[in-house]
Design a protein around this ligand. Structure first.
Ligand code: M3L
Ligand code: AKG
Length: 422
């Protein structure tokens, strides 16, 4: 068991995600037992809190969880299956349950919130909340310089003419390692040149969106990126076991309309702020796995190999190496019922930091200025827009990104010294 100091200073046992795998006849039997298949008792409402009985124990269900899992058209995009609400802020974060209708049990319960919103919670959703249960060269470590909105004064920028190869490419990738992103200026505003530059860094990852992407708001892929809606800041690919390391966005055109401004937040800076604000919350987001999904496209139902925490640390260097955060694509929190409320409290703190304008860098992308950012660190979002907006770019694997950084910034001897003996 991994003991955490809870926000209220209490010792909270948080089941560490490392599972005990016992081998029987060579067949690995992994993980904890079945979910709440024994959930027979009808949930009851006690003073506005839904209470279920699990293994004879009364468990309080966080109201935010009930709303968070609401699958009605208002709360969940019926085309993309993505969440369209944010239970961490605003009125919705404070709503309590007014009544619960259990006439549909054991199939479902219908919960009515104080704001009048009704949520049908299938019993399967409750049951299925199973307990899911060396060197600097080698890792391409550089001194990380975190930033907040002041980065707008002097955003990291490299000229395309320099970035194409050699020292310019080394400088571009070192800048991204240190700051989390860089603009490539005066790049020809064509998909061909954009793709070529990306390929000079590493292979473009092929996903269910295709490889090099050139998209607009036509829902050609069932994801809200393919709409004209606002996107709150997020990291991409939280539904992949291995989210892309680099993401490129190059606006090719935007006609007959306005909006679509881009926003970046340094996830490492936000994590630092959370740690300073509440170590308990930071640790909670470091030790609680979160599932994510990509389910909109026909024939696509992607989930990561396991639930990964919001903050991942290098076991070797005890450094924060990855931030994973996507409110729309989140699919479930792998923790006990009794810890769920604390996760939501910690997540709400982190969401507030991300949503603090002092941490947000807003700018308008334009043709000829490509954005390249570290998708393991920097969150990105956009404002809603009107008109025709065409964006292109691509994903590059984390390992390919670090590989190119290393091979352009270190000599072969340094690399061999750190790779073989580090
Ligand atoms: C970049 N491209 C437009 C191809 C896909 C965007 C996918 C966005 C997805 N919700 C995620 O967060 O990963
Ligand atoms: O359209 C944009 O500006 C960004 C879309 C987005 O967030 C993404 O492609 O991941």
């Amino acid at each position: 068991m991994h003991r955490l100091s809870g926000d209220d200073g209490s010792n909270a046992d948080v089941l560490h995600l490392t599972r005990t795998i016992s081998f029987k006849d060579g067949i690995p039997l992994a993980g904890p037992g079945p979910g709440y298949s024994h959930l027979r008792d009808i949930p009851v409402l006690e003073k506005g809190v839904l209470v279920i009985r699990v293994k004879g124990e009364s468990v309080r269900v966080p109201g935010r969880w009930v709303r968070d899992v609401c699958a009605c058209p208002q709360c969940r995009n019926q085309n993309t299956a993505q969440r369209q609400i944010n239970v961490f802020r605003g009125d919705i974060s404070r709503v309590t349950i007014a009544s619960a209708n259990v006439s549909g049990w054991p199939q479902h319960i219908t919960v009515k919130f104080q704001d009048g919103h009704e949520t049908i919670v299938p019993a399967s959703v409750i049951r299925n909340r199973k307990l899911h249960h060396g060197a600097r060269q080698r890792e391409g470590i550089v001194d990380v310089a975190t930033w907040t909105s002041e980065i707008q004064e002097d955003p990291p920028t490299v000229e395309y003419a320099d970035a194409k190869a050699g020292p310019g490419m080394a400088s571009l990738l070192k800048t991204i390692r240190a700051r989390g992103f860089a603009f490539v200026d005066n790049i020809p505003a064509t998909p061909e040149v954009t793709e070529s530059l990306l390929k000079s860094i590493g292979p473009i990852r092929n996903t269910h969106y295709g490889a090099f992407y050139d998209f607009t708001s036509d829902l050609s892929s069932k994801d809200t990126a393919y709409t004209s809606e606002a996107l709150e800041v997020h990291t991409d690919n939280t539904y992949f076991t291995d989210p892309a390391g680099l993401q490129a966005l190059h606006l090719l055109s935007h006609t007959d309309g306005t909006g679509g401004e881009s926003c970046l937040v340094d996830g490492f800076a936000a994590a630092e702020q959370l740690y300073a604000q509440s170590k308990g919350a930071y640790l909670r987001l470091s030790d609680t796995g979160v599932y994510a999904h990509a389910s909109g496209n026909d024939g696509v139902s992607i989930q990561p190999a396991q639930a990964y925490p919001t903050f991942t640390h290098s076991e070797q260097y005890k450094k924060l190496i990855q931030v994973r955060w996507n409110n729309a694509d989140r699919a479930g929190v792998a923790t006990r019922w009794k810890q769920l409320g604390r996760w939501y409290d910690a997540a709400a703190k982190f969401d507030a930091i991300l949503n603090d304008q002092r941490n947000q860098y807003w700018f308008q992308l334009k043709p000829g200025r490509m954005l390249l950012f570290d998708n393991w660190r920097v969150l990105h979002g956009r404002a809603a827009f009107t008109g025709k907006r065409r964006m292109c770019g691509g994903y590059i694997n984390r390992d390919d990104f670090i590989s190119k950084f290393r091979t352009t910034n270190y000599t072969r001897e340094e690399l061999e010294a750190s790779t073989v003996t580090g």
